[in-house]
Design a protein around this ligand. Structure first.
Ligand SMILES: Cc1ncc(C[n+]2csc(CCOP(=O)(O)OP(=O)(O)O)c2C)c(N)n1
Ligand SMILES: [Mg+2]
Length: 652
């Protein structure tokens, strides 16, 4: 068989095995392959996919996307919803087909989510050099475009000879299924090698299981952490995505109910506790709630669980103002467990570590004063959100109202999707989550354009979950009903990448999209203003040629509703006016009521970009010019210096 045929057959027989709360799961690691064909893969991987489709359509289902990057986003969405047990392979042509994957690779690696990238490469034999789209660097003849994947991937290899296939895929899949190592796995496939025939040992093509590693915590580490917790007066947990990937939310709930320690969550950690849980302070950091940020400011012990401590989480290292604050970091990845210079790292699976900590802490509970403070701060923030959701601006609504309406219209098990713009921050602080799978905001890379393809990937996973009798279905809920997936996307992100709507049309996938038209970048506009740069270049307006400015012209005559309609999407247009919010809420309910198999539905609503979300009473470090001719910049620099003084020293 050919190298490409061996790749496809091998991938069809790889399974992940996991046990969660005594239930065993066995699922295909790679349930399908995306491909956009061109020279490089059209006759290699393309031929193999076609051949197996004819022999057995279930062996390796092929999926057609519209943009290579967007295919990676779909794989990422799928991987997160399946808690990293499954992902897709993505096959591309050489040159631009390959390099279009780079942003997707960086996103997957930054988010610690598995994707298997199979970019094609130039001839290994160099027979036809230089082939169309070959880079040709005079100083390094062995360099190709695909070398650009090396810094973005957790594993990279190039199969220059057929025999290298075995070790390339064995170690590639080791990394793909490793909870600490996972990210983009890239295996570059030269186009001539893909088509080359060779003898494949039967062992390579046999079924194989990859058991997800769930390492237990070291007893000594637990004892030291327990002692630190007992000595703490104002401890606070920061829960990240690692809690969800370890299925540790039940143990976390037990832990906080026994100890009274409150929880602030990162973007990836929304859903670790329901929003109204007594000890959930909601979002923490730059886009956090005032409740979480008030408790964090005075905390003497931070217990980070499954978090990378991104700058949004720590408010650029200003969130913790207690000079004696210490950190206990429970993380499966040593890089995260050792952050903030801690002497109390616990490198372990979050669930197993929490089970042990619970046992070690028997009888400990925080003081009544902290519990009262938690209740009071929660009440204050809930009232703030009620007001933001309830205020009616007209004719154009505030984004807060749109978020409130969407939240009310969605069921507990439905999933909201977002990635970039002003929405992620607003969702982080205000979204009232009720299910561990209910919130999916890509905020490690915050990549404009992730929203629609990422959402489509989640919807694929939701459909598979509902069809499955075991697997994610049993974990995520009752497994019977298909979750609705609602993408919330700004006009800027939509313009950057919306073409996977065509993919949803082709496969009749019911993806609900709420498109918020505010004619430019509300997020960066407000950031620019706060930094003294006066919203420069953040509005979509016609060019004033004399001033060479896009800031004062007319709003563009762009109609994104019509754009979506032209792609075959069912579109609902909400007209500005007094009834916007009621009509939007109803439109989402109607979209939810449509049967699966209807294809994508897009709801178009306009919003006022100048009506911001309630303040987090927090900060984010974005450097301001130290000298300037603009007064606005000079003033902003004064404010900036004040915040800089509150930043904690970098200790790792
Ligand atoms: C690919 C990419 N380019 C640039 C950015 C920087 N950026 C973050 S948000 C944003 C504007 C988003 O505009 P829109 O989707 O309309 O959302 P809004 O800010 O209006 O809410 C930009 C340019 C990014 N996150 N991703
Ligand atoms: Mg916008």
């Amino acid at each position: 068989m050919t190298v490409a045929q061996a790749v496809v057959e091998y991938l069809s027989r790889q399974y992940t095995v996991d046990s969660v709360n005594g239930v065993e799961y066995r699922e295909r690691l790679i349930p399908g392959t995306f491909g956009i064909f061109g020279h490089g893969n059209v006759a290699g991987v393309g031929q193999a996919l076609k051949q197996y489709q004819q022999l057995d359509p279930a062996l390796m289902p092929y999926y057609q996307g519209r943009n290579e990057q967007a295919q990676v986003h779909q794989a990422v969405g799928y991987a997160r919803h399946t808690r990293r047990r499954q992902t897709f392979a993505v096959s591309t042509s050489i040159g631009p087909g390959s390099s279009n994957l780079l942003t997707g690779a960086a996103l997957a690696t930054t988010n610690r989510l598995p994707v298997l990238l199979l970019p094609s490469d130039t001839f290994a034999t160099r027979a036809a050099d230089p082939v169309l789209q070959q880079l040709e660097q005079p100083y390094a003849y062995d360099l190709t475009v695909n070398d650009a994947f090396r810094p973005l991937s957790k594993f990279f290899d190039r199969v220059n000879r057929p025999e290298q296939l075995f070790s390339a895929f064995h170690h590639g899949l080791r990394v793909l299924t490793d909870p600490a190592e996972t990210g983009a796995v890239t295996i570059s496939l030269p186009q001539d090698v893909q088509a080359e025939a060779f003898d494949v040992p039967a062992e390579f093509l046999a079924e194989r299981e990859w058991r997800i590693r769930r390492p237990d915590a070291d007893d000594e580490d637990i004892a030291r952490a327990a002692a630190a917790i007992r000595a703490a007066k104002r401890p606070l947990i920061i829960a990240g995505g690692g809690v969800l990937y370890a299925y540790a939310n039940d143990e976390l709930a037990t832990f906080v109910e026994l100890t009274g320690i409150p929880v602030g969550n990162t973007q990836a950690g929304v859903g670790v506790l329901p929003w109204d849980h007594q000890f959930s302070l909601g979002a923490i950091g730059s886009t956090g709630t005032t409740a979480a940020n008030a408790i964090a400011a005075r905390a003497d012990l931070i217990i980070g669980i499954g978090t990378r401590y991104e700058d949004f989480t720590t408010a650029s290292r200003t969130a913790f103002q207690n000079p004696d604050v210490r950190f206990i970091n429970i993380n499966i990845a040593p890089i995260d467990a050792y952050k903030h210079g801690t002497t109390l790292p616990i490198v372990a699976d979050a669930r197993k570590a929490l089970v042990k900590l619970n046992a070690a802490l028997g009888g400990y509970r925080v003081g009544a004063d902290l519990e009262q403070k938690i209740a009071a701060e929660k009440k204050r923030w809930d009232a703030t959100v009620d007001e933001a959701f309830g205020t009616r601006y007209t004719p154009l609504p505030a984004q807060n109202e749109i978020i409130g309406a969407t939240n009310r219209a969605m069921d507990a098990r439905d999933v909201v999707i977002c990635a970039a713009g002003s929405l992620p921050g607003d969702l982080h602080k205000m979204w009232r989550v009720r299910d561990p799978f209910g919130y999916h905001v890509e905020y490690a890379y915050s990549c404009m354009g992730y929203e629609i393809p990422g959402g489509l990937g989640v919807k694929r996973a939701a459909l598979a979950e509902a069809a499955s009798t075991t697997a994610a279905g049993a974990i995520g809920g009752d497994g019977a009903e298909v979750r609705d997936v609602v993408v919330m996307v700004g006009d800027g992100s939509y313009l950057m990448m919306h073409t996977e709507l065509v993919t949803a049309v082709a496969e009749r996938i019911k993806l609900i999209v709420v498109l918020i038209q505010n004619h430019g970048y509300a997020s960066i506009g407000s950031l620019s203003e706060s930094l003294g740069s006066q919203r420069f270049g953040t509005q979509y307006r016609t060019l004033n040629e004399e001033a060479h400015s896009f800031d004062e012209g007319e709003t563009l005559p762009v109609d994104l509703a019509l754009n979506a309609q032209s792609l075959g999407v069912k579109v609902v247009r909400i007209e500005p006016g007094e009834k916007v919010i009621a009509e939007l809420e109803q439109a989402i309910r109607d979209a939810k009521a449509a049967p699966e198999g209807t294809g994508p539905i897009l709801i178009h609503v306009e919003s006022d970009p100048l009506l911001d979300a309630p303040s987090s009473e927090s900060w984010w470090d974005v450097p301001v010019s130290q000298v300037a001719e603009l007064d606005s910049t000079k003033q902003a620099f004064q404010t900036y210096t004040g915040h800089k003084n509150r930043q904690r020293k970098l200790l790792g």
